[in-house]
Design a protein around this ligand. Sequence first.
Ligand code: C2E
Ligand code: MG
Ligand code: MG
Ligand code: MG
Length: 291
Amino acid sequence: QADLAMYQAKGAGRNGLRFYDPQMQAAVSRRAELEADIRQAILFGQFVLFFQPQVDQTGHVIGAEALLRWNHPTRGMVSPAEFIPVAEDSGQILTLGSWILEAACAQLVAWAADPKTRALTLAVNVSSRQFRQQDFAQHILDMLDYTGANPHCLKLELTESLLADNLDDVIVKMSALRARGVGFSLDDFGTGYSSLSYLKRLPLDQLKIDQSFVRDVLTDPNDAAIVQTILALGKTLGLKVIAEGVETGEQRDFLVVNGCNSYQGYLYSRPLPADEFLRYVHSCPDRGAMP
Ligand code: C2E
Ligand code: MG
Ligand code: MG
Ligand code: MG
């Protein structure tokens, strides 16, 4: 909360931080510390990607989402929810983002060697600030060439905040990547500014229903209606729909009945280190097997 207040204060005074109270001061120094730490962490290899399975209706693994973890020497595992906003604000997300993409591509290359993992897609979160870089598309294409990863197996997760940008520019970048086979998913869908006319114009493959709607889908009629609307919208626009934050069999059943294509959440697995993810894939039913 203190971090958030700091964030807002900084927004109010663009050309310098303004200190309102000691609590905020503490947040500022914690943030500065975190910023210096991120720089070190990249150098010392403290970041690691975890992989959370994405499955179809039969429980067959069709891919994963790469989720960043920071193994901090004194603080332990620091959540991305805490340090990604700091990295975005400081601009370090650009360096970190390159590292993430290279690590993700390297993982795809490793998966390509095993028939069980060869066809898996890997979804990588991209922050708006990264995507706004003029050379974003070329950067990804260079990374694919450099690593030899299959572009058709790479999926980029964008958030709705991008829709507030120059939409033509967004479309140009997405189209350049899509021409090479890279897929796009709209993350946390339903929580941001969605204009349906914008949505129609974007070269997307998938909508990702935000976990906040999935959480209470069985008890809150509004959330149930929102989930059903997103599933219907996906169908109308010819987009796949994945649900995130699926924790119970009842939630999955609701989603299955309403035509959801794919699922991700603790019901299947938490995000796993690469070796455990591999074990998970090998323990799961093959495509088309009965659930
Ligand atoms: P996200 O992209 O929406 O990722 C989904 C978050 O939900 C992840 O949190 C995941 O661990 C969590 N989750 C998955 N299944 C469940 C479930 O069944 N129940 C609940 N309660 N939570 C579930 P995580 O890993 O802490 O990441 C938080 C956010 O940090 C991500 O939200 C994403 O916005 C950001 N992030 C993570 N990794 C990266 C990255 O490599 N790059 C960028 N730019 N952002 C990242
Ligand atoms: Mg995501
Ligand atoms: Mg999400
Ligand atoms: Mg989310």
